[in-house]
Unconditional design. Sequence first.
Length: 77
Amino acid sequence: MQKILSDFKIGERGIIKSVQGEGKVRRRLFDMGVTPGAEVLLRKKAPLGDPIEINIRNYELTLRKVEASCVTLEVVE
């Protein structure tokens, strides 16, 4: 099942399938290691859902909801 990162629940894991977005946003995500094939674990969400903290490539990364909505993942059970 595929979901966008901003819809993940705490503790959910997934493998990145694609990264959408316009120019600078997409480039920034790639520079931070958010690339297809990487495994992601959603660790924390702020009370209003923005920002979120993920674990990717053995480090913790905080993303805004707008950035997270550009990332499509395959959910890992």
